[in-house]
Design a protein around this ligand. Structure first.
Ligand SMILES: NC(=O)c1ccc[n+]([C@@H]2O[C@H](COP(=O)([O-])OP(=O)(O)OC[C@H]3O[C@@H](n4cnc5c(N)ncnc54)[C@H](O)[C@@H]3O)[C@@H](O)[C@H]2O)c1
Length: 413
């Protein structure tokens, strides 16, 4: 049996609260493989106690793991960015995790703040370059604190860095094959930031190798507008580090809030890191009201990356089923379900299995409907068991759509 060595950095604030729920779900879903969890203490709280940041030898240690599962870093009593840079940048830069993969997927209509938008409308992926741009740390202050103070921050874009992320995004668009018409939108601000013309040129050059993928370009301001006005127009977005950071918070809100958004920090084929996109949320830390679903969905992304695709799909299906069930968890802060209760609900949903009545359409269960759902799930599982994963992704996606449509259909008894 395969055993995966997983580094766990729970971090600060709500980080440990949501990671606990993720690990609870992992315990529930683990089947056919084992995990060896290696816990690391690095966080703002740890820094306050010990003054320790991440040493180089630990970054070497991380490279030897199969994956890293991270909660959130950031403590209100520590200088902003100090520990975040050490841990998050230590991982992203140290392990060269150049892809930041952020699915924006709405599970249930009632979660979306946009009027009339359904899960069919909000289903795209943002691919954020993760190692360059304003995050390389080039810059600083001159005459700090004086009336003549100057602050400089450099944006860095390399041809290699731009090319590899754009190529990755084209490959993802091809693999998703959304509605049989893959589409990639490149987002920059090359009209105002002229060095971003590098992105424009590289996108056009690499795009010649992908004539089957529709290619589109938006400036980042127009992209924000379009994400709100017609999110259904998006399939895959590729963008630089800073813009990706910003537009994915907007994407999280389209999904139902910061607590829903998951991410993978990936170097294809190498140790990668998975984390919810939110921070340590000091305003709600310790109250047990954080939404752990972003952490749970990040766990699903990690298992998918490790090759445990069936297990990953079971987690995502359980979350989707919960959100469209008769009694979706209320995520209304203090008046909603607690972090632990939501984790328990996901675990229960997994234990019940995909074809339980809990995931039936809203209203009462319908025998024909459940039978259709069961047969679609069985078809999907048998394809997974008999064919190679790559070859069947498109078929799986089509069946997933069918399963999803069956779940959301409202049928009388
Ligand atoms: N990857 C990371 O670890 C990461 C990412 C962003 C921010 N940070 C750090 O986190 C700290 C706080 O940053 P911030 O306040 O800008 O961002 P944040 O994401 O922590 O919080 C923003 C808002 O979203 C809410 N929120 C976030 N996650 C939630 C969840 N799971 N359930 C319910 N509500 C949730 C918070 O209560 C807050 O109102 C800072 O120190 C920052 O540097 C870390």
């Amino acid at each position: 049996m395969t055993t995966y060595n997983i580094g766990v950095i729970a971090g600060d604030g709500i980080g440990p609260e949501v990671i606990n729920e993720g690990l609870k779900v992992l315990g529930e879903v683990k089947n056919g493989f084992d995990v060896n969890l290696v816990e690391y203490p690095y966080s703002g709280a740890h820094y306050l106690k010990t003054k320790e940041l991440v040493p180089d030898r630990v970054i070497d240690e991380w490279r030897a793991l199969d994956a890293v599962y991270l909660g959130a870093i950031g403590h209100p009593k520590v200088e902003p960015g100090l520990v975040e840079r050490s841990v998050i940048m230590g991982l992203r830069m140290g392990l060269d995790l150049y892809v930041n993969l952020r699915p924006v997927k709405l599970f249930a209509e009632h979660l979306c703040p946009l009027k009339g938008k359904t899960p069919k409308d909000v289903d795209f992926v943002v691919i954020r370059e993760n190692t360059e741009d304003a995050y390389v740390g080039l810059g600083g202050f001159f005459k700090k604190g004086s009336p003549d103070e100057i602050a400089v921050a450099e944006m860095v874009f390399t041809r290699k860095g731009t090319e590899r992320i754009i190529r990755y995004a084209f490959d993802i668009a091809r693999a998703r094959n959304k509605n049989g018409k893959p589409k990639l939108t490149m987002v920059d601000k090359a009209n105002a930031i002229r060095p971003q013309d590098l992105w424009t040129r590289v996108f056009a050059e690499v795009g010649k190798e992908y004539p089957d993928v529709e290619q589109n370009h938006l400036y980042v301001d127009a992209c924000c507008m379009a994400m709100v006005r017609n999110p259904e127009a998006f399939d895959v977005i590729v963008t630089a580090n800073l813009f990706g950071d910003i537009i994915t918070d907007l994407g999280a809100m389209l999904q139902g809030g910061m607590g829903f958004a998951a991410s993978g920090n990936i170097h294809p084929g190498k140790t990668s890191m998975f984390e919810p996109i939110h921070g340590s949320a000091p305003d709600i830390a310790g109250q047990g009201i954080a939404n752990p679903l972003g952490a749970v969905l990040s766990l699903s992304m990690m298992l998918d990356y490790l090759g445990e695709k069936k297990t990953a799909a079971r987690i995502e299906n359980a979350v989707a089923s919960l959100m469209i069930s008769d009694r979706p968890p209320s995520l209304n802060g203090k008046n909603g379900m607690t972090t632990t209760q939501i984790g328990d609900a996901v675990s229960r949903q997994i234990a019940l299995g995909d074809s339980s009545p809990m995931i039936s359409p809203r209203g009462k269960t319908n025998a024909t409907h459940i039978a259709q759902l069961k047969s679609a799930i069985a078809a999907q599982e048998s394809l997974r068991a008999t064919l190679g994963d790559q070859a069947i992704e498109a078929v799986i996606a089509a069946l997933n759509e069918k399963i999803f449509a069956l779940r959301v259909q409202q049928q009388p008894v």
